[in-house]
Design a binder for this molecule. Structure first.
Ligand SMILES: Cc1ncc(COP(=O)(O)O)c(C=O)c1O
Length: 417
């Protein structure tokens, strides 16, 4: 018999294997100072492109004042217990009804975290005869929700409506055979890596052809898309066809928690059956009050979204004009696709940080195929014209070095600390 821990220390996994040289620099870096477009990393000021603080609410004076006052009044403990037992409050219910109204739904339920929330909602909704049809690039929390599902699932190629229909035919045939169960389709408002919107309108249009319910994870669309900021459904004119609308507060709301909105009867079912909420302490009051303030600003200060889009367009146009490949993004998420190995990507990131003072996230193998690098930039309402101009210069110069082979190094240097 082996010690169950033995295998863990033999193989730390694809990213963990680099931890001794990478920890604190490439992984688990510590950004310090007030959240904004410029923060400190290892004592140096950087232009930061890796925070999903889309609307710049994290450090908005009204948000900071509300967070402070709510924490002073209620601390972090209130209310104690799970919502169902002893952890409910008028403020929790107010936030739910305001979110529901904003999303043009009858009701909404708060969740402590988006990740657990959507996983557990999928678990609550789907029984063993039900079938889930989902996009191949769905976020890990959706995939983990599926791991709790004991019935069948079919995956369709990312945003490929022809393949979606193929999977819907397979699912429908199986349902007819089973004589039981229904279909839940899951997609995203915005795919957070590539920045392309889910084809919600096209999927919604197929409701007349196939029988299914649609759940959309709009983590990156909430607050950033649509005329009022209600998200990808509003932007694509198909909000009514989304049966369950989900978003986290971790991005444009610059907070923590999440919600799901839909018909009252269905949200009530979820409320009474979602294990991640029933068996977990309620969101602290200070977070709920902070979220109410953020939602108020998101609804009443359209200038924040306008500034976000101004910055997103300026950054994306600037990159395209300089010959960069930014793929199919139609949202603020800005991926920059380049070719190179993990070692080259690492050397380029170091050059960007150490010599150009640009801090952005990179995605390399094994998350994406070998030989490819994605630099992922998240513009926010906080960024300035100067931030963008300096970043464009840095990318142009470092890309030239990458193409000239200047970053060809054998090993990832030891940057742990
Ligand atoms: C698409 C998507 N869904 C869900 C989540 C999880 O949300 P949370 O951070 O609230 O757990 C994230 C990341 O935050 C996300 O990007």
């Amino acid at each position: 018999m082996a010690d169950i821990f033995e295998k863990l220390v033999k193989n730390y996994g694809p990213l963990g294997q680099h931890r001794e040289r990478a920890h604190g620099y490439f992984a688990f870096p510590k950004l310090e100072g007030a959240i904004g477009s410029r923060m400190k990393f290892r004592g140096k000021e950087m232009i930061v492109w890796s925070l999903n603080n889309y609307l710049g609410l994290a450090n908005h004076p009204e948000v900071r004042a509300t967070d402070a006052a709510a924490s002073a009044e209620f601390g972090l403990a209130m209310p104690m217990g799970a919502r169902m037992m002893s952890g409910n409050s008028n403020h929790h219910e107010q936030l739910e009804s305001e979110l529901a109204a904003f999303e043009h739904k009858e009701d909404a339920i708060l969740m402590n975290f988006g990740y657990q929330g959507i996983m557990s909602a999928i678990d609550a909704i789907c029984g063993r005869h039900d079938i889930i049809v989902y996009d191949a690039e769905a976020h890990a929390c959706i995939l983990d929700g599926m791991r709790l599902h004991t019935g069948h699932r079919y995956v369709f190629k990312h945003n490929d409506i022809e393949d979606f229909e193929k999977q819907m035919v397979r699912a429908t045939v199986l349902l007819q055979k089973q004589q039981a169960g229904g279909i839940l389709v899951i997609s995203e408002g915005v795919f957070g890596m590539a920045g392309d919107q889910g084809k919600l309108k096209e999927i919604a249009a197929l409701k007349s052809k196939y029988e299914f319910r649609l759940l959309v994870d709009d983590a990156h669309g909430f607050g950033t898309l649509g005329q009022t900021g209600a998200g990808a459904g509003e932007a694509q004119g198909c909000q009514d066809a989304i049966d369950l609308y989900f978003s986290t507060f971790a991005k444009s709301m610059a907070s923590i928690g999440a919600f799901m909105a839909g018909d009252k009867a269905i949200i009530d079912f979820i409320r009474y059956n979602i294990r991640s909420q029933i068996f977990a302490k309620s969101l602290p009051m200070s977070i709920v009050l902070g979220n109410l303030k953020r939602l108020e600003l998101l609804k009443t200060q359209p200038a924040l979204k306008e500034r976000l889009w101004y910055n997103a367009k300026k950054l994306q146009t600037g990159l395209k004009e300089r010959g960069f490949d930014i793929g199919n993004t139609d949202t603020p998420v800005t991926p920059v696709y380049m070719k190179g190995g993990v070692e080259e990507a690492t050397a380029m990131v170091m050059d960007l940080r150490e010599n150009y003072r640009i801090f952005c996230s990179i995605v390399v193998y094994p998350v994406i195929p070998k030989g490819h690098i994605i630099y992922r930039l998240i513009p926010t309402a906080d960024h300035t014209d100067i931030d963008i101009e300096e970043t464009l210069v840095a990318f142009t110069e470092t890309k030239a070095k990458l193409d000239a082979g200047a970053y060809k190094v054998e090993f990832i240097p030891d940057m742990a600390g």
